[in-house]
Design a protein around this ligand. Structure first.
Ligand code: DGL
Length: 268
């Protein structure tokens, strides 16, 4: 199946998929040439997502997993309308997990500007429990810091502290990590919030939803085989490989470059 994100963040979801569905084949695309998505207008992110979805379809995938909250926020319904294969996003599984986890019904949301502006979390959380108070905080500095040479630098902790302050002041007991990059610095987040706050992220829930979708549609691979996985980036393959192996915690042998023109041509 095809999995994409603006960068390495989606590897948190791919990791879970690879361990849950070791018999499936995956192609992962990181759109590094256009990272970060978060500060961009929703219409532009939607265009990128449709190009990538169309491209992945030409690679023969049987399902597309949007492993990016910004792209899910901006484009999930349009992707589902345009593509022939099923499309799964990361927001619904997280909203569901957050509503189940909170005891005081005060939930924080840390996400990119695009995800906060799109208000998909508000809609989904309130559809499940209209009494939950959702407190959103846009965290524009985090994706560039996580994609930098030193994601665990003091600067990341400083930024997390600043973004956590209003959520602590609001007394939330649950925080949705509404960006697939954030679990990559999970220890920093957990230390800043303390053990009393439940951090919700999408990887496990999303992998479960993908596995269920394949099973219900009867399109799973034979479970006795071992699946393959490959990587594509619109940016620098060497940088992606170094960064990716660290975060995926599984070997990455080769990363292929795909140009933006190839993406656009495939989607046209
Ligand atoms: N991992 C993407 C997300 O989940 C990051 C978006 C960005 O590139 O800003 O939102």
């Amino acid at each position: 199946m095809g999995v994409f994100d603006s960068g390495v963040g989606g590897l948190t979801v791919l990791h879970e998929c690879l361990v849950t569905m070791g018999h499936e084949d995956f192609v992962y695309l990181g759109d590094h040439a256009r990272l970060p998505y978060g500060p961009r207008p929703l219409a532009e992110i939607r265009r990128f997502a449709l190009e990538i979805g169309g491209f992945l379809e030409t690679q023969g995938v049987k399902l597309v997993l949007v492993a990016c909250n910004a792209a899910t926020s901006a484009a999930l319904p349009q992707l589902q309308e345009e593509l022939r294969v099923p499309v799964v996003g990361v927001i619904a599984p997280e909203a569901h997990a957050a509503v189940q986890a909170t005891r005081n019904r005060r939930v924080g949301l840390m996400a990119t500007q695009a995800t906060v502006s799109a208000r998909r979390y508000d809609e989904l959380v309130h559809a499940l429990d209209a009494g939950v108070d959702l407190v959103p905080v846009a965290c524009p500095r985090l994706v560039p810091l996580i994609e930098s040479d030193d994601p665990f630098a003091a600067e990341t902790t400083d930024a997390v502290r600043e973004y956590a302050d209003p959520l602590k002041a609001a007394g939330v007991d649950t925080v949705v990590l509404g960006c697939t990059h954030y679990p990559l610095v999970r220890p920093i987040l957990q230390r800043v919030f303390g053990r009393g706050v439940t951090l919700v992220f999408s990887a496990e829930e999303t992998a479960r939803e993908v596995a269920e979708t394949l099973a219900r549609k009867g399109i799973e691979n034979d479970t006795s085989r071992e699946g393959t996985y490959r990587f594509l980036t619109t940016g620098d393959p060497t940088a992606f490989r170094t960064m990716g192996a660290r975060f995926l915690m599984l070997p990455i042998t080769e990363v292929e470059h795909v140009s933006l023109d190839e993406l656009r041509a495939a989607a046209a």
